[in-house]
Design a binder for this molecule. Structure first.
Ligand code: SF4
Length: 264
């Protein structure tokens, strides 16, 4: 866990690493025009993390987050969302681990979404270990007016370098307590696994799918790799693992287009 002042900003603020508009490059909403809100702070420490500036002390010291109020965040997002007059824009809450800020997001997001009607969907990119979907204390009519929420749950495997935090038993517990609704999984939840070359990665994923009875269509495999070259080199292998199992293949399309850059 990071120990700089990410979680100790002024009251009623969130630590914001960046806001930018691009396309969603991963998961079910790949290709959708999206505005990303990247919050700082993470409870994991993946060895191959591509956003260490959200949590690692040396990177935070070079590039500290802005501590923004609800009004400031709404104004920054509004400036980035192209005004199409249609609800075409996807708002992506990412990090770091955005669900570490769930209490504030549960009160801030209805305000932001009412202020920016062009947002037609909201997507969380989470590591899955900080609780399940947000809940809102709103009237039925207000809930009805919210756009759909999607969750890209990128559970980390032991090959991520997090050791006991992501053991099989810990992952099973997170899936069962946070992401299962009754005996089913919401269609708005996609479990996305970053696969390295380690043979135990796919064995563990298959074990989780079997133990938790997750539908294969709710599983996506994505190659580990920060650069375009890394992604292209690994995609065929990942596809060969996914296809016979009925899992989805997800690449980092933004990386294939723009390479390993921040803010795309
Ligand atoms: S969970 Fe995500 S943000 Fe956190 S260290 Fe791992 S890859 Fe980075």
């Amino acid at each position: 866990m990071t120990n700089l002042n990410v979680f100790n900003g002024p009251e009623d603020t969130l630590p914001l690493a960046e806001v930018f508009s691009t396309i969603q490059g991963e998961g079910r909403l790949t290709g959708r025009p999206s505005t990303f809100v990247r919050l700082s702070g993470c409870n994991l420490q993946c060895s191959w993390c591509d956003t260490p500036y959200t949590w690692r002390d040396d990177e935070l010291a070079k590039s500290p987050p802005q501590h923004v109020t609800k009004e400031r965040l709404t104004s920054l997002v509004a400036r980035n969302v192209p005004a199409s007059g249609h609800r075409t824009q996807n708002l992506v809450l990412t990090g770091g681990e955005p669900l570490l800020h769930r209490k504030k997001l549960e009160t801030w997001l209805p305000y932001l979404l009412e202020a920016i009607p062009d947002i037609g969907s909201v997507e969380f990119e989470t590591n899955g270990t900080a609780g399940g979907p947000l809940t809102f204390d709103l009237s039925v009519e207000q809930l009805f007016n919210l756009p759909p929420f999607f969750y890209n749950v990128s559970l980390k495997l032991p090959s991520s370098g997090n050791d006991k935090l992501v053991s099989k038993s810990a992952l099973l517990k997170h899936i069962d307590t946070s992401w299962r609704s009754g005996d089913k999984f919401s269609e708005n939840v996609l479990f996305k696994f970053v696969v390295t070359n380690a043979a135990e990665d796919i064995e563990l994923i298959d074990g989780l799918v079997d133990a938790c009875k997750i539908p294969p269509s709710a599983i996506a495999l994505m190659p580990q790799g920060k650069t375009r070259e890394d992604q292209l080199a690994a995609l065929e292998h990942v596809a060969s693992l996914a296809i016979p199992r009925g899992y989805l293949v997800s690449a980092r399309v933004h990386t294939l287009i723009w390479g390993d850059k921040r803010g795309v």
